[in-house]
Design a protein around this ligand. Sequence first.
Ligand code: NAP
Length: 467
Amino acid sequence: METNNKKSSIKTVNPFTNKVEKEFEVMTDEEVDIVIDKAAKAFNTWKNVSFPERAKIIHKVASIMRERKEALGKLATIEMGKLLRESIYEVELSANIFDYFAKNAEKFLADHSLETEKGEAFICYEPIGVLLSIQPWNFPYYQITRSAASNLMAGNTMVLKHASNVPQCAQIMEDIFKEAGLPDGVYNNLFVPGNAVGKLVSDPRIKAVSLTGSEAAGASIAAAAGANVKKSTLELGGSDPFIVLEDADLDKAAETAVYGRMWNAGQVCVSPKRIIVPESKKTEFLNKVKVIFGKLKVGNPLDADTDVAPLSSEKAAQDVEKQIQKAAQQGAKIELGGKRLDRPGAFLEPTLITGVTPDMDAFYEEIFGPVFVLYSYKTVEDAIKLANATDFGLGGTVLGKDIEKAKAVARKINTGMVYINHVTGIAPELPFGGTKRSGYGREQSPAAIYEFVNAKLIRVTEPDNLY
Ligand code: NAP
């Protein structure tokens, strides 16, 4: 609900202007209780709705999103600042994910028979109830979709707590679900701040929790889930390596790395955050990167020729600037950029850093902004060691002409996803998720739909046939 309460933390602040555009009322505990109750009651009927009926509604969600991709895209750009073309791409991708699960859920969740020595045995998959889903702002539609598409098709219901800075995207998705025919209570927004969500995990009507966001938020939600013996999945931060092998095309590598890193102003969990090139090619690569940096146009995210958008908020820009300053104080070299732009909005110059070493914080931290950190290696083993010298384990890229060699390197990188010759090729049928401190569990692909269902064994045999 929109509000005149100027103290609400749930609001749209356009990062291009830093002006407040719309505020929403924070839900009271009583209102939250009503929402969870609606979701719990809706589960009793939604779980029995047939797959074709569910699919009809979810396909409709996809088609509404496609029809309105420009308007939806513009809204995301206004709320969190990303380039309009990136917002529109995100809407199209989300529609594809909804279609994928609408089309395939029945097949994925069909009974699975098991070979057993005695009698008959099979697994049947049952939805478990209300999922609490907590999502970040950097892909306002895609993050909802990744969580909702598989779970709604599986027969679960959801309460979704979106990031406080994207309430209009949250609201419009709830409206689209309704318009598509989703029964009341199956999908519900919670307009509450992040620090008010942890206590909901212990609510007996909530059966599981899924969080995408920071390590700190993930750890506290997972602790609450553990204490209440509830299943959780976490998709957290990353510090993805981007390894350029000796035989890679250096021009292509420089271009792929720069545009990959500047995507969404560097606020992508699977962005190439550590670029690792052969020592012998470092100077040549650095020069190529500098030329590309020189052409980057930072500006209005609604303009088609802008390359680098503002960050999602003033605070985000300040935080990244501080990380850069700290890296410089600790001895790293800021080759280009590093400062705020002299204009309104949450802008930060695209930044190129070299000379980061293991005794600096920047070596370990995730930098969530347009910051390109360049490393070099002498042997491929050194490159792999460097790639794995992080507590994160989300994604990574290997570039090289010899695909078998690139695959061998990919196998040695300790992350949930490695992309060869490209940055983060997201598709509905491909799993998304990490390992180590980047979290656990998978979204997208068939794997996603098994996260929050009860895989129940049914076995048939006579008692006297058991031993
Ligand atoms: P964040 O602060 O953790 O926020 C993410 C969500 O969690 C928001 O809805 C937030 O609500 C909520 N939240 C915050 N504190 C919470 C708490 N103590 N308990 C429960 N919920 C809480 O994350 P962020 O810094 O905005 O987002 C960027 C991070 O997300 C980066 O580390 C990025 O790498 C990661 N990320 C990961 C993936 C992935 O798939 N692995 C995808 C996108 C982003 P409020 O907005 O109300 O605070």
